[in-house]
Design a protein around this ligand. Structure first.
Ligand code: HEC
Ligand code: HEC
Length: 376
């Protein structure tokens, strides 16, 4: 006997919580993807989305009756029948578990979602050189534009797909009056079928996944140094790499990492020291042999030799141009176009060339989008 007349208990509390974690983690990872400073949150929500999708996949095999893939209705006939009945019979009876449309919907969410999570992890590895797959950066960094497009496109597709689901639920709620909006809150559905039951082991398993998701959120969002966020690049030690560069070029401003600009830019810059952004640098400041050694060092570590994101994106955007300042690089301009001019002139920043004010540890060759803070 069912607990409530005319209603079936379909979704136990843990299933409902997981459903909402799937929905909110995707929503928040989508929204946070639009802002660099929220990258760690984007990553955290994306990882949680991956964890709960994996859980849902396993749940499809071992979960309680209405959740298993066995009960999914996947024939095209059933799908056609579902829509014809939906359109012609407003007061049709509905079945407690997944109907043909929601069976297909769930499978497509699982498929698209998994591809989004996987491509996201790969993108973080090859483009940002950080996280679980940071090892891929060295050989595959060139693929990052393609992987980015794949990742972004599928995310928009899933966003669109999720909107269809919401519209479907609203039609059920207001046209068919099946109270569907509340089914995922109370667990009860106005439908035909038997109340579901769930074993203690399954309960424990699903609550463990919920706790794990919260743990990941805290762990990832709290630090840059977890294995989900750590960069494959260590801090550079210029002093031991080239002491003249460290001391002489670090005198008036902090050291700009050599992988920031292409070799021809460094040649231009080193050959024009007598007018270096209005400063006259002579052999009295930096001896000829020091200049030669610095030049050699810069060329050996220029953008062409690097798999840092800033290096390959700068090269890609420069074409034949060889500027000696980042503010002339189209990629740089594009990345900073949302920042007010006055921010660069503020007391704490002073000038756009003062990357170090906003990009933490940039002078050590660290470039990490999770470490951008505009000082105020
Ligand atoms: C006498 C002081 C002084 C010394 C020494 C010096 N610079 Fe500069 N450098 C400047 C000034 C001034 C600017 C303009 C930007 C600013 O105000 O910080 C600048 C800008 C730069 C920029 C452009 C940053 C950007 O993208 O806008 C680079 C690159 C650079 N310097 C590299 C070097 C290198 C390499 C050396 C060593 C060979 C060096 N500098 C030594 C004063 C100096
Ligand atoms: C006033 C603070 C500030 C200064 C100064 C600054 N940046 Fe940025 N930079 C930012 C912010 C904020 C973003 C992210 C913009 C966004 O969210 O779209 C950014 C983005 C970038 C990006 C793109 C990151 C990506 O993921 O594509 C690069 C590369 C970059 N900065 C390099 C530099 C360099 C090199 C300098 C110095 C020549 C510099 N920035 C100076 C604040 C600054």
């Amino acid at each position: 006997m069912n607990k409530r007349p005319y209603e079936v208990f379909v979704w136990p509390l843990c299933t409902r919580i997981i459903h909402w974690i799937i929905a909110t983690s995707f929503f928040f990872s989508f929204v946070t993807s639009f802002h660099h400073s929220l990258f760690r949150w984007h990553l955290a929500f994306g990882l949680i989305f991956g964890i709960v999708l994996l859980f849902r996949l396993i749940w499809g095999f071992i979960g309680p009756n209405y959740a298993t893939f066995k009960t999914f209705k996947l024939s095209l006939n059933a799908l056609q029948h579902y829509f014809i009945e939906k359109m012609t019979n407003r007061w049709r009876k509905i079945y407690a578990g997944h109907n043909a449309a929601s069976s297909w919907f769930t499978l497509i969410v699982l498929g698209l979602g998994s591809l989004i999570v996987l491509s996201g992890l790969i993108l973080q590895g090859i483009q940002e050189a950080s996280g679980l797959l940071s090892g891929l950066n060295e050989h595959y960094y060139r693929l990052s534009p393609a992987v980015f497009i794949f990742h972004a496109l599928l995310s928009y597709l899933l966003f669109f797909w999720a909107s269809i689901h919401i519209v479907g639920v609203l039609i059920e709620q207001f046209y068919h009056k099946t109270n569907m909006v509340f089914a995922m809150l109370t667990g009860y559905k106005k439908a035909e079928g038997k109340d579901t039951t769930i074993s203690l082991v399954r309960h424990l398993f699903s609550y463990a996944v919920i706790v794990l998701s919260l743990g990941v959120l805290y762990f990832v969002a709290s630090s840059n140094e977890t294995f989900f966020t750590k960069s494959r690049f260590e801090k550079r030690d210029y002093k031991s790499e080239n002491s003249a560069f460290f001391e002489k070029c670090g005198k008036c401003h902090k050291n700009y990492p050599p992988f920031m600009l292409p070799s021809n830019s460094w040649v231009r810059l080193m050959d024009g020291l007598d007018n270096h952004f209005g400063e006259k640098i002579t052999e009295n400041n930096i001896t000829k042999s020091e200049q030669n050694s610095i030049k050699e060092y810069l060329l050996a570590h220029s953008a062409e030799t690097s798999t840092h994101k800033i290096a390959f994106k700068t090269l890609e955007s420069l074409g034949d141009m060889r500027p000696i300042s980042m503010s002339k690089v189209p990629y740089w301009r594009e990345a900073h176009q949302t920042i007010e001019k006055s921010t660069f002139k503020s007391l704490h920043v002073k000038d756009a060339s003062n990357c170090f004010a906003c990009h933490e540890d940039f002078e050590y060759g660290i470039f990490d989008i999770a470490r951008i803070h505009i000082p105020r």
